[in-house]
Write a protein that binds this ligand. Structure first.
Ligand code: NIG
Ligand code: FE
Length: 404
């Protein structure tokens, strides 16, 4: 017997390079997973008896959204720097003057675990309200062994307390902390010798990330981080080519990385390397918008090389204070000229792959988790079309529906 039967929905699926809604259909759930899918006309009450019945009323059914790149756990905000930038300072200038990531590090270090949990939970609930059922959360505002682990513990706890799946990424190589000022290599020693092995030992990290940039870490330093990740048996991803071309995409591809993220300054060699390695390109239009960037990521080349593109909020206080993934879909279309279908695949199928979860998440298929969203819209393109508001009508995590 099924635990849940969702009836009278139009299931959205990729067909060619488009996303199409099916004829009225049903979907059955057993043990949190999708057990059967069929057309309403074939629904047989005796075969498909279910403990719970949910009428979808003709709404669209998509996989639950996956936000595959966030810095959700932090304290404070950076509204003051927003103001400074509007008076002419650049993101890099603020970072070099000790602001930027470091100002959030100071507040995050001062916050205890409970305060950090409460601040992050608020943002998490907003993500959930917009259809997110799986979220990746990076550390990177602790920048010491204790504070990085604290942030990862908070991320894990969020996943235990809320009906959402959390995947954690250790981003200790996000910035050089003040106590290592001018000694980036010594800080990388600390990251590779202590922080990565300890995060692994405590089971707190599912992946390792770094910020490869002139104001972050060099390709050589990034390589050391990746070697340590590999030694710990953890997959890698990278903040690459955001502000300049450091050839980070090719580097992360060389390590078989899950994803390269941002990518405004990506070149064709990097794209070819990603295509070969199966590394996902994660598009972060919120940061592009917020920094008023003008260099567009090479979407057309990525398409031509058939690199899967994901779309994410990059939720963080400095460059993308955003918890609205459908808005990022809209921006991926308006700013990057992705199609609505690409944007939808970017927050479902390809976002799952960016987290290494493609076998169990990201599409509506028998055997996969019943992580699903019901939408009060007529056609799939509407999901990327609206700038504000939310047509979300239902959200299921592992087959259980939770209030929005
Ligand atoms: O993804 N690029 C580096 N990291 C973040 C920004 C962090 C911050 O400014 O606090 C990003 O854009
Ligand atoms: Fe980021």
């Amino acid at each position: 017997m099924l635990d849940l039967l969702i009836r009278n929905v139009r299931i959205v699926d990729a067909v060619g390079d488009d996303c199409i809604a099916s004829a009225p259909s049903f979907l059955g759930v057993h043990d949190g997973r999708i057990a059967c899918i069929g057309l309403m006309q074939d629904l047989d009450a005796t075969i498909h008896a279910a403990a719970k019945d949910r009428d979808g009323d003709g709404s669209l059914l998509t996989p639950g959204f996956i936000d595959c790149h966030t810095h959700l756990v932090y304290a404070g905000d950076r509204a003051r720097e927003f103001d400074l930038r509007l008076r002419g300072a650049s993101y890099e200038e603020i970072a070099r003057a000790g602001g930027g990531i470091r100002s959030t590090v100071k507040l995050t270090r001062e916050a205890d675990e409970r305060a950090l949990f409460l601040a992050s939970a608020r943002r998490l609930k907003e993500l959930m309200r917009h259809g997110v059922t799986t979220v990746e959360i990076k550390s990177g505002y602790g920048l010491s062994l204790d504070h990085e682990l604290k942030c990862l513990r908070v991320a894990r706890l969020l996943g235990e307390r809320f009906p959402i799946e959390v995947r954690t990424t250790l981003l200790a190589a996000h910035a050089v902390p003040p106590e290592f000022d001018g000694q980036a290599d010594a800080y990388i020693d600390e990251v590779v010798q202590r922080i990565i092995p300890e995060a692994k030992r405590q089971g707190l990290a599912d992946a390792i990330d770094a910020f490869c940039e002139t104001i972050g870490f060099s390709p050589q330093q990034t390589r050391r981080v990746f070697d340590a990740a590999q030694a710990a048996g953890l997959p890698v991803k990278l903040h690459a080519e955001q502000l300049s071309n450091q050839h980070g995409a090719a580097l992360v591809a060389e390590y078989g990385g899950l994803s390269a993220d941002h990518l405004e300054h990506l070149d064709e060699a990097g794209i070819a390397a990603m295509a070969k390695a199966g590394t996902v390109a994660v598009m972060l239009p919120g940061a592009f918008y917020f920094l008023r960037d003008t260099k567009l990521p090479p979407i057309d080349l990525l398409r031509r090389h058939r690199v899967p593109m994901a779309v994410s909020t990059d939720c963080n206080p400095g460059t993308s204070p955003c918890t609205h993934l459908p808005l990022m879909m809209n921006m991926a279309c308006t700013l990057f000229r992705m199609t609505p279908a690409e944007a939808l695949l970017g927050v479902t199928r390809h976002a799952a792959k960016a987290l290494g979860l493609q076998a169990t998440h990201g599409t509506i298929e028998v055997g996969k988790w019943a992580d699903l969203c019901l939408w009060n819209v007529d056609q799939p393109a509407e999901l990327a079309y609206a700038i504000a508001g939310s047509p979300l009508a239902g959200r299921f995590h592992h087959g259980l529906e939770h209030a929005l």
